[in-house]
Design a protein around this ligand. Structure first.
Ligand code: SAM
Length: 277
């Protein structure tokens, strides 16, 4: 009989957030697959746990995925951890989970800290409906396409960002969305934890005038119908917004109708542009 894969959340700053069940599970697993074995070893040492570690990260995930699956199929229990937070959320894990489902392997989890939803909960912005956008690409075209595709997103949006890219990202978000409300959440669960509910413009001003340190989550309010100015969609942006709909098999005419409804642009103008693709 095959074993199982357990995704286990680890603290995002404060070791006190490690649950007793998480510690017990680590102790009883056969082996641990870790994004960075050095980081995980520190965690294991803190809780006096000794377990074999297998490295599993972005650049070895195909080969190591097969290896891990082989051991689990032979009956072992594997715990997957990332450096911090929930595996498979902007972290390795998605592929391994998918592989387990293909092989009919039981996948379960030990829930715990996750920067994304923790930030949303303290953000001060509407939390009833939200989207997780992860990290914006460093490739300019992909980044612009991504931003254009969510310009009219009505739900609250959550982004991850590294400190050295924060300022540029705030500027790009301002350019794409105009002066929306943003909650900049820094160093959750750590000594310098900060929740700064403001506007994109004020956030840029603040981070232009002070050193940027720590880990950040950006929570941004969704589009409101009455927003104007920077939020007007151009025909080029409308075409970008149409691409996923066309790729999903929607006809050009129906796609143009939907995008026209969302953007306020004329259906005929969008239709003509889509014909050129
Ligand atoms: N899987 C992890 C999770 O869901 O919590 C996220 C891993 S992702 C590689 C790392 C990003 O999460 C950081 O760049 C930052 O955007 C965010 N993050 C992680 N810990 C954080 C913290 N303590 N405070 C604020 N943001 C954090």
């Amino acid at each position: 009989m095959s074993g199982k894969l357990i995704l286990l959340a680890t603290p995002i700053g404060n070791l006190g957030d490690m649950s007793p069940r998480a510690v017990e599970s680590l102790k009883s697993a056969d082996f641990i697959a870790a994004e960075d074995t050095r980081v995980t070893l520190k965690l294991l040492n803190h809780f006096e746990i000794k377990k074999p570690l297998v490295s599993y990260f972005e650049h070895n995930k195909r080969q190591k995925g097969e290896y891990i699956i082989g051991r689990v199929l032979a009956g072992e229990t594997c715990i997957l951890v990332s450096d911090a937070g929930l595996p498979a959320i902007s972290d390795p894990g998605e592929d391994l989970v998918s592989l387990c489902h293909i092989k009919n392997i039981n996948v379960t989890m030990i829930p715990g800290p996750c920067a994304c939803v923790s930030a949303l909960s303290v953000s001060g912005l509407p939390s009833g409906r939200f989207t997780f956008e992860g990290f914006l690409s460093v490739n300019k075209k992909s980044r612009n396409d991504h931003l254009a595709s969510i310009k009219l997103e009505p739900r609250t949006m959550i982004f991850y960002e590294a400190p050295h890219k924060l300022l540029q990202t705030l500027k790009d978000l301002y350019e794409a969305f105009g002066n929306r409300k943003i909650s900049v959440i820094r160093e959750l669960t750590k000594i310098h934890e900060e929740v700064f509910l403001t506007t994109l413009k004020s956030a840029i001003d603040k981070y232009e005038s002070e050193p940027i340190k720590g880990e950040f989550v950006l929570v941004i309010e969704g589009h409101k119908a009455e927003q104007t100015g920077n939020n007007k969609v151009t025909l080029t942006e409308a075409v970008k917004m149409a691409t996923p709909l066309l790729e999903s098999g929607l006809s050009i005419s129906e796609t143009a109708r939907q995008i026209a409804k969302d953007t306020g642009l004329r259906k005929g103008d969008i239709y003509k542009e889509l014909l050129k693709l």
